[in-house]
Design a protein around this ligand. Structure first.
Ligand code: HEC
Length: 129
């Protein structure tokens, strides 16, 4: 019986509810390879891509000074499914499978939105100068 104890512990550990990663952690894991750690579009993979990754620190500036939250989310969301052939950015499934929270992206309408997608958008806001 004793030799099963470590296995049982492992199973228990795997069943503990886990804190979802923060927006910064998800950005580092899913985005910085192309967009760079600071979001400037200078990640390690940038030079290998057919299209230059966007400078995400200029999202607000390029939108008349206002952070385009809904467009950013649609961009990330849009890359799951559809867009075969032209997609440069990969599928961010795990970000979109997180729990849903009501989120108003600026249009006054609260839409159930995956937590980790909200967190990434909020993190990108902090990169705006
Ligand atoms: C494989 C490289 C790659 C990865 C990984 C990647 N991107 Fe991109 N991204 C690009 C490229 C290339 C563009 C510019 C072409 C385009 O718009 O599709 C872009 C464009 C964007 C845009 C549009 C910017 C604008 O001005 O409209 C946003 C927003 C964005 N990425 C966010 C993200 C986020 C958030 C992540 C992580 C969840 C991510 N990207 C991961 C390559 C990547």
């Amino acid at each position: 019986m004793r030799r099963f104890a470590p296995v049982a512990l492992l199973i228990l550990a795997a069943c503990q509810p886990q804190e979802p990663p923060t927006g910064a952690e998800d950005f580092a894991a899913y985005c910085s390879g192309c967009h760079g750690a600071g979001g400037k579009g200078d990640g390690a993979l940038a030079g290998t891509l057919a299209r230059k990754p966007a400078d995400l620190t200029g999202l607000a500036a390029r939108n008349g000074g206002e952070f385009p939250t809904t467009r950013v989310m649609a961009k990330i969301w849009g890359y799951t499914g559809g867009h075969q052939g032209v997609a440069v950015m990969p599928n961010f499934g795990p970000l979109l499978e997180s729990d849903l929270v009501p989120y108003d992206g600026g249009d006054g309408i609260e839409t159930p939105t995956p937590t980790r997608l909200v967190q990434i958008a909020e993190f990108l806001k902090t990169l705006q100068p």
